[in-house]
Write a protein that binds this ligand. Structure first.
Ligand code: NAP
Length: 275
């Protein structure tokens, strides 16, 4: 289940909408706030900025440095929230030692919270109110829809309960009438639970944790994991040998990742249309 074709379609739609807005004199603008020296984060931010530019969106990267105090990050998010020229705001992780994403992201105006990081966005999502879902969680659903995977009445197992991926993915699957189980590091006998999944979502951050033993033959497996290896490659949370057991598997790279970036841009244009 590759993501590049879907990402391409989403990017084209976004570019068309951005062009319509530009004709009316409004250019959607995304601000990415970073406070880290992490190399893979810097790579990701550059790739967002490039994609934004290609789609005709403005993008500014606000680099506060790895030693930025939490207050400085919060204050910058507040200023960007009040800036009429900015339509979408992302707070990039990792954050400086001791800072919590959920706490800092509360300073992002929910209407500009295009990566669903403000706890208000997750609360709205969980209660069925309109909100931006975290783009990665939404990318899971977008891929399942694109590949016409039926969800109603099926058992979806999400491995990982983070507020950026696991929890929102579980809410989105529940909204689509799947029966959802969420696993985590304290789950007893993970493989016994994941083997009951019709749809298995791995969002763990442990390279190749999910092996054929964890997968029911024919199940659909979505690999959210992006784990850098010492030789600069990217591997998922799912061992590639799972493809012989699964009915379908998303690749890493080239699965969830490109769809996530495309959705961030789509959200930014949507925010620009409402602001
Ligand atoms: P995270 O905040 O570290 O959460 C990891 C989750 O996995 C936690 O809930 C943890 O359980 C659980 N876990 C850890 N070890 C486990 C084990 N052995 N068995 C079962 N569960 C286990 O990570 P995240 O931010 O959700 O990211 C997860 C992965 O997705 C990472 O590889 C990340 O790079 C990737 N990611 C990809 C994209 C994309 O666009 N493709 C975007 C975001 C993240 P506890 O809660 O009990 O600790």
């Amino acid at each position: 289940m590759r993501g590049r074709q879907l990402a391409g379609t989403l990017r084209t739609e976004t570019a068309d909408r951005a062009a319509e807005l530009a004709e009316r004199g409004a250019r959607p603008h995304l601000a990415v706030v970073t406070a880290t020296a992490d190399e893979s984060s810097a790579w990701y931010v550059r790739s967002i900025a490039r994609s934004a530019e290609k789609a005709g969106l403005g993008c500014s990267v606000v680099d506060l440095g790895p030693d930025a105090p939490a207050n400085a990050v919060r204050e910058r998010l507040r200023r960007l929230s009040a800036d009429r020229g900015v339509h979408g705001i992302i707070l990039q992780t990792p954050l400086p030692e001791g800072a919590r994403l959920e706490e800092l992201a509360s300073a992002i105006d929910p209407v500009k919270d295009v990566d669903g990081a403000n706890p208000l966005s997750l609360g709205r999502l969980a209660t069925g109110l309109p909100a931006f879902a975290p783009a990665t969680a939404e990318a899971v659903l977008a891929l399942l829809d694109h590949h016409r995977v039926e969800l109603a009445g099926r058992h979806a197992v999400v491995v990982g309960r983070s507020t950026v991926v696991g929890k929102p993915a579980a809410h989105l699957l529940l909204d689509r009438n799947a029966t959802v189980t969420v696993c985590h590091s304290r789950t007893a006998d993970l493989a016994a639970v994941t083997r009951t999944a019709d749809v298995l979502v791995a969002a763990v951050g442990r390279p190749r944790l999910i092996t054929p033993d964890h997968v029911r033959p024919g199940a659909v497996v979505i690999d959210v994991g992006t784990n850098p290896t010492p030789d600069g490659e990217l591997v998922g949370d799912v061992d590639p040998s799972v493809r012989h057991t699964a009915g379908a598997l998303t690749p890493v790279p080239g699965g969830v990742g490109p769809v996530t970036t495309a959705l961030l841009l789509q959200h930014t244009v949507r925010a620009a249309l409402t602001l």
